[in-house]
Design a protein around this ligand. Structure first.
Ligand code: G3H
Ligand code: ZN
Length: 274
């Protein structure tokens, strides 16, 4: 069933919900199958690369249709939007939550654009995520500083916006295969105790399994995972093509990569339940 993030949080236990970046039908359906296997809710996220590949007005209906047919709650989320135009497009395309990423803006500008996002989304029952502090990228072509989130600043931001959930920076870095930074669990716990809003962790692919469970236990309610599923799909596809050099039918070639995505997603979902 298709739900928004706010309802998903209120109906869910205290552990984190897995949010996966998806790029089309194949990985989206595999993620939903994984969630159904373990009977847990799941979040399908569309980032800028995905929206460039398949526009939001096409991808939105595909994902929301899959979500409506799912046996578990599924939220369809616009990830890391830095402009209000794409937020408006996602609102029109039926997404059930959106993220305005003002992490590279000043505090005031971040508040201002987050409020504008809320004005577009909330009348349509669409939940809003914002970010305070900044989660960096391992990819040098993406400019984002690493700024740990200060609990007092997070509280001021929440008081100014009343956003539905808040991404915070506690040491993760986007697109890492193995995380180099040391995660600050004490900071996460302090954030949880200071701000009464569901907290979101980005850049979780490189987080070791035990730490992923710990992030959930220390108060994260949504954990974003992207690169890991792209690796599962891409690496399995490469292996299948090497093993079947004469095969050209994509439906056949996609079978094993889809199973690999389902398996990887299932493993991450289970790790969040502590
Ligand atoms: O917003 C998306 C996530 O933060 C994905 O990060 O690719 O490092 O898992 P990741
Ligand atoms: Zn992210």
């Amino acid at each position: 069933m298709l739900v928004n993030l706010t309802d998903m949080f209120s109906q869910h236990g205290n552990y984190a919900i897995a949010a996966f970046n998806v790029f089309g039908y194949e990985d989206a359906v595999s993620v939903i199958r994984a969630a159904e296997e373990v009977n847990e809710p799941v979040i399908l996220m569309v980032n800028r690369d995905a929206a460039r590949h398949m526009p939001l007005d096409i991808l939105g209906p595909i994902l929301t249709t899959l979500a409506k047919q799912a046996k578990v709650p599924v939220d369809v989320h616009l990830d890391h939007s830095v402009d209000l135009e794409s937020i408006a497009k996602a609102v029109d395309a039926g997404f059930t939550s959106v993220m305005f990423d003002g992490s590279q803006l000043s505090f005031e500008e971040n508040v201002d654009k987050t409020l504008k996002t809320i004005a577009l989304a909330r009348p349509k029952n669409i939940s809003v995520e914002a970010e305070i502090g900044s989660v960096a990228y391992s990819d040098p072509s993406i400019q984002a500083k690493m700024i740990y989130t200060e609990p007092e600043e997070a509280l001021r931001f929440y008081q100014a916006t009343q956003v539905d959930c808040l991404a915070v920076s506690v040491g993760t870095v986007h697109r890492m295969v193995v995380q180099e930074a040391k995660l600050q669990f004490d900071r996460l716990e302090k954030l949880k105790n200071t701000v009464e809003v569901p907290l979101v962790i980005h850049g979780s692919t490189g987080v070791p399994d035990a730490d992923l469970t710990k992030l959930s236990r220390y108060g994260a309610r949504k954990i974003n995972i992207g690169t890991c599923l792209r690796m599962a799909f891409g690496r399995t596809l490469r292996k299948c093509m090497e093993e079947n050099p004469e095969e050209f039918d994509r439906i056949k070639l996609f079978q094993e990569p889809m199973k690999a995505v389902q398996q990887a997603a299932k493993q991450k979902i289970q790790l969040l339940k502590y």
